[in-house]
Design a protein around this ligand. Structure first.
Ligand code: SAM
Length: 288
């Protein structure tokens, strides 16, 4: 601590399971800062004790984020240094921290990332799905209708899509994803870096079936789904406009509406119900 100078806010990644995944730099930072701000002080204390680190801790979680960010910024302005950690992995990745980072930047307090484990990166690199472009979608909404709507919004994303999901919702999420996105290639990465690590690969239909056979899926999971496929012209194929055009085209060849929709859905790799929903959504957008 140097008088007259603001301290530094360090954003420190911790392991997502295997304690060997913590970096030397993370350990040194946690040892040297004045205080470690944690989502759950008891949880982080176990980690700190494991490495013989005695630095004081303070809680920083979604329920006290606003007030604690202010307090910690005052400490930082007084010259103290703070390390922010979450329960597992990288802080701010589907975890608290955004507020204190914003507040620190506004006050010109230095912000330093100490990178390390993040579940979605570990899952993505082992997935076998394209990793040159990906869309991190975080957690889907918990309510079924909002979850379906969000998946519909993601339908045309041309990059690999990555989700975090809770074990009690995974079966429903994969089933809805199969209905909305079609039978795309997908990966379910469970308990990464832990004893029961498991990486399941297959079509969404197959993953949905396997999950429906499990009584109670367990563990922490990342779901990865391949992006919308480009058509032969290199364009993202499955937009509702293209689908609508294809249905019209087929109808003009003499097919009835139902058969045209069925055939277009098949060509676009979708279920008929999903294609129908897309067309209705498109029509509603035009009416508004
Ligand atoms: N900040 C964390 C990170 O950097 O990955 C994520 C925190 S978020 C609250 C927790 C979610 O991350 C879990 O529900 C799960 O989707 C994913 N996750 C965390 N650890 C995991 C692991 N070991 N294996 C698979 N997924 C994991």
């Amino acid at each position: 601590m140097r008088l007259g100078m603001a301290g530094t806010l360090y954003l420190v990644a911790t392991p997502i399971g295997n304690l060997e995944d913590i970096s030397q730099r993370a350990l040194r930072t946690l040892r040297e800062v004045d205080v470690v701000a944690c989502e759950d002080t008891r949880h982080t204390r176990v980690l700190l004790n494991h490495f013989g680190i005695k630095t004081p801790t303070v809680s920083y979680h979604e329920h006290n984020e606003r007030s604690r960010a202010e307090e910690l910024c005052r400490d930082l302005e007084a010259g103290k240094s703070v390390a922010l950690v979450s329960d597992a992995g990288t802080p701010l990745i589907s975890d608290p921290g955004f507020r204190i980072v914003q507040a620190a930047i506004e006050r010109r307090i230095p912000v330093v990332p100490i990178p390390g484990a993040a579940a979605f990166i570990a899952a993505l690199i082992a997935s076998g799905l394209p990793s040159d472009q990906f869309f991190f979608a975080g957690f889907l909404p918990p309510r079924a209708n909002e979850r379906r709507k969000r998946l519909e919004e993601l339908h045309n994303v041309p990059a690999t899509i990555v989700f975090y999901e809770a074990p009690h919702r995974i079966a429903a999420t994969v089933k809805t994803a199969a209905e909305v996105l079609g039978n795309r290639q997908a990966v379910l990465a469970r308990e990464l870096t832990k004893l029961h690590e498991e990486i399941l690969r297959g079509g969404l239909d197959e993953l949905a079936r396997r999950l429906s056979e499990q009584e109670k899926p367990r563990g922490e999971m990342v779901l990865i789904v391949s992006g919308a496929a480009p058509d032969s012209a290199g364009e993202t194929r499955s937009s509702s406009r293209d689908l609508g055009e294809r249905v019209n085209e087929l109808e003009s060849t003499g097919l009835d509406a139902k058969t045209a929709l069925k055939q277009a859905a098949r060509e676009f790799g979708m279920k008929r119900a999903e294609a129908y929903r897309l067309l209705v959504a498109q029509k509603n957008r035009r009416i508004k």
